[in-house]
Ligand binder design. Structure first.
Ligand SMILES: [Fe+2]
Length: 322
């Protein structure tokens, strides 16, 4: 039986709604603590492997090959990120993800109009569900697609951005942690992370006792707020998941405070911890904001351009008088 163009178009239409409305968590816990939810993207054709090969080629051929990365997936929970494969192998790895022992990350999926429409609809639904018009506060937005082999482990880490992760294919276990619990994520770990050590947050058995564990199947999703530690373990099948990632203005300001503190500490100071002095926090955030690129072209620009400039200025006297 052949499929008519009308049927083919209908099969790739976005579900209405994408996220199933549930009272409670979206409004109470948005960007505060992790929670799970249900959605209607499970096994959607936009995430079939041939379609994802097409997306990877679009990214590579549009001079965005840095938006595609591919890594060995046989990592331990507490390991740092493993080495990259070459991007010319990406199509082959996606097609053979069941046996490849790898994971592929496609960033900026929204350069393809189909994924842009999907991202827009998800954000609109999230604003309604959370009762927060947070889109006006977004300073950076990106849609990632993770494609990973069976049993793949995404090691424990934190991200600056908040995330809504949608499991599309395969089973996966999400281990999420409360970012506000300082016995899990210490002030030192946060400051080191914003100072450039992306692996600063360390997993321990004691922290694991406090994990919020969510079994993910197609149609389930999780929210992890800014800086919520997380690690994932795939099940017996390959996994495809979509993450809508975004930075919010308030979180950026906090990052800038930690960065100034990191620089002051390197100069021998004992800076006031964030939250102890409103005036100092405002001043620190303003200094880094002023030094940051006005039109950031990446999350790195947004988060670190002011930090790098500030560090250069602080180190200038040392260069003059070594
Ligand atoms: Fe992450």
């Amino acid at each position: 039986m052949t499929t008519s163009p009308v049927q083919a178009a209908a099969s790739t239409a976005l579900p209405q709604p994408i996220i199933n409305p549930e009272p409670g968590a979206f409004a109470a816990d948005f960007n505060q603590r992790p929670f799970d939810f249900s959605h209607n993207l499970g096994n959607h054709p936009l995430f079939a492997l041939p379609r994802l090969v097409q997306l990877s080629e679009t990214l590579i051929n549009s001079d965005m090959s840095d938006r595609v990365s591919c890594m060995d997936s046989n990592s331990a929970i507490d390991s740092q990120w493993a080495g990259c494969h070459l991007t010319d192998q990406v199509s082959h790895i996606i097609e053979n993800i069941e046996q490849a022992g790898s994971w592929v990350l496609l960033k900026s999926a929204q350069i393809d109009p189909a994924y842009a429409a999907l991202t827009e609809q998800v954000l609109a639904e999230l604003e309604t569900l959370s009762a927060m018009p947070f889109r006006s506060q977004i300073t950076w937005l990106d849609t990632y697609i993770f494609i990973a082999s069976p049993q793949a482990v995404t090691p424990y880490h934190i991200d600056h951005e908040a995330t809504f992760l949608f499991q599309i294919h395969g089973e996966r276990t999400a281990n999420l942690f409360d970012p506000r619990d300082r016995s899990i994520l210490s002030e030192t770990e946060i400051e080191q992370y914003y100072g450039g050590n992306l692996g600063a947050a360390l997993h321990t058995p004691a922290k694991q006792e406090k994990a919020l564990i969510y079994p993910l199947t197609p149609g389930r999703g999780v929210h992890h707020p800014s800086r919520a530690p997380h690690w994932f373990k795939n099940g017996q099948q390959y996994s495809v998941a979509m993450g809508i990632h975004f930075c919010l203005k308030g979180c950026d300001q906090e990052a800038y405070i930690y960065q100034v503190n990191h620089l002051l500490r390197q100069l021998g100071g004992q800076p006031t911890a964030p939250g102890q002095s409103k005036l100092k926090d405002i001043l620190k955030a303003k200094v880094l904001s002023a030094l940051s690129k006005k039109n950031p072209r990446s999350k790195g620009d947004l988060l670190r351009s002011g930090f790098f400039r500030c560090r250069e200025i602080m180190n200038f006297p040392r260069k003059l008088f070594p």
